[in-house]
Design a protein around this ligand. Structure first.
Ligand code: GTR
Length: 408
């Protein structure tokens, strides 16, 4: 399939738009307190996103068994232990295995952990030969040694730059990462494979009411359930992060599941942090055409019709409040609309201000490579392309250090 990539990169062509109100409820009532936001307005917004964008999560409980295997106790010159945690999901006679790579500092204290999906497989993070390759579909590509969507040993450690584990360990953090295709392979198959196949309410699923992004978010919450059972992990100090489509999934998981203490989105763009109504970069029509399996069917109503949207992504970001939230953009990543990502955060800050007046963002897009930290919110636009770089990680770790040191 040829992807649709034409897009507007001219700020003067951004249409006039009205952003749906964050702090006025569906009856026109003004919300001016954190309690009314939380008890009432927040759930109104959450259900709009369920209905119109990501899909309504199936309520059925899927059985999960977890098995742990130590791969290396003295990794990184004795600094850390590497484990693989296999999640076995079963329902209706069907089974799915998903493998989490867990690197924890060798310390007596429960570790704060960065959690995020990876694109190419756990073996792309570290060269360690004991790390298993994904058995199923990978996005990959020949440049990282994946052929016909099958992982190969060629890509061991190939994505270390996206996961600077040594720096994390040096600051006392662990890393937990899973290949996103373990939960749901990322191609359009009418919602038949991956975790979709295990649910019995096949009508709901088959009709495209629970797309791939939502399954990836679901998987993150299952990992969080496991963290709560592992005494080596401080489950109150989990920073959830994701890049690009996995940043979209991280934001939706953070919205649904308040157990994630900090949420970070890197270059998440359309359907993630960026405002859709700006129609700058990737549009709703483009994303639905290129990736018909990501969102729920209702989202297609807004193809070339953003002005009809009764919501926009600043409302998604506001669902993280009052937890610390960091949005990162890249200067050359016009497809993800850096300015739209910033404006979204800026508008969402009105909800954060109900809790912490110092979290209000009022200025313009910050200069490149000048991170903005405003109370519980952080943002940067760095030079360079669509990617996760050591610079990004440096800011993510600074932000996380600051919030965890302050008791979050
Ligand atoms: C692009 C897609 C974006 C972004 C990106 C990625 O092709 O249009 O929305 O998610 O893929 O995940 O790398």
């Amino acid at each position: 399939m040829t992807l649709l990539t034409q897009h507007n990169t001219d700020e003067s062509l951004v249409p006039e738009y009205d952003l749906p109100a964050l702090l006025t409820d569906s009856h026109g009532k003004q919300i001016s307190e954190a309690t009314t936001w939380e008890e009432h307005r927040r759930s109104e917004i959450l259900s709009i996103f369920e209905q119109e964008v990501y899909g309504i999560p199936p309520l059925e409980e899927i059985a999960v068994e977890v098995s742990e295997k130590v791969l290396e106790r003295m990794a990184f010159h004795g600094k850390a232990t590497i484990r693989e945690i296999t999640f076995t999901f079963t329902n209706n006679g069907k089974r799915l295995d998903a493998v989490l790579l867990l690197v924890l500092p060798n310390s007596p204290d429960p570790a704060a952990v960065f959690l995020g999906y990876n694109f190419g497989g756990n073996h792309t993070i570290l060269p360690d030969e004991s790390i298993q390759l994904p058995k199923g579909w990978v996005l990959g590509g020949p440049q990282i040694g994946a052929f016909d969507h099958k992982a190969s040993v060629v890509s061991r450690g190939a994505k270390y730059s996206r996961w600077p584990v040594l720096n994390m360990l040096a600051r006392g953090y662990g890393l937990a990462t899973m290949h996103y295709g373990d939960i749901d392979p990322d191609f359009d198959d009418d919602f038949k494979n991956g975790i979709h196949a295990l649910f019995s309410n096949s009508e709901h699923i088959k009709n495209g009411n629970w797309g791939a992004l939502a399954t990836w978010s679901w998987g993150l919450s299952k990992i969080m359930d496991y963290f709560e059972t592992n005494p080596l992990i401080n489950h109150e100090k989990i920073t959830l992060l994701g890049h690009s489509r996995l940043g979209k999934a991280a934001l939706w998981a953070g919205a649904l599941d308040k157990r994630f203490a900090i949420v970070i989105s890197n270059n998440s763009g359309c359907g993630g942090a960026a405002l859709s109504k700006r129609r700058f970069g990737e549009t709703v029509a483009a994303i639905n055409k290129n990736f018909p399996h990501w969102f729920c069917k209702n989202f297609e109503k807004y193809n070339e019709n953003e002005s009809a949207m009764p919501f926009d992504q600043h409302q998604l970001l506001a669902l993280m409040a009052p937890r610390p939230l960091y949005i990162a953009s890249a200067q050359n990543d016009s497809w993800a609309d850096p300015k739209g990502e910033f404006l979204s955060l800026k508008h969402a800050s009105a909800v954060y201000a109900l809790y912490h007046p110092n979290s209000t963002i009022s200025g313009e897009l910050p200069e490149v490579n000048r991170p903005l930290i405003q109370g519980k919110l952080g943002y940067h636009i760095r030079t360079g392309n669509h990617d996760v770089t050591p610079y990004d990680w440096e800011q993510f770790m600074n932000f996380t250090d600051q919030h965890f040191a302050n008791g979050n």
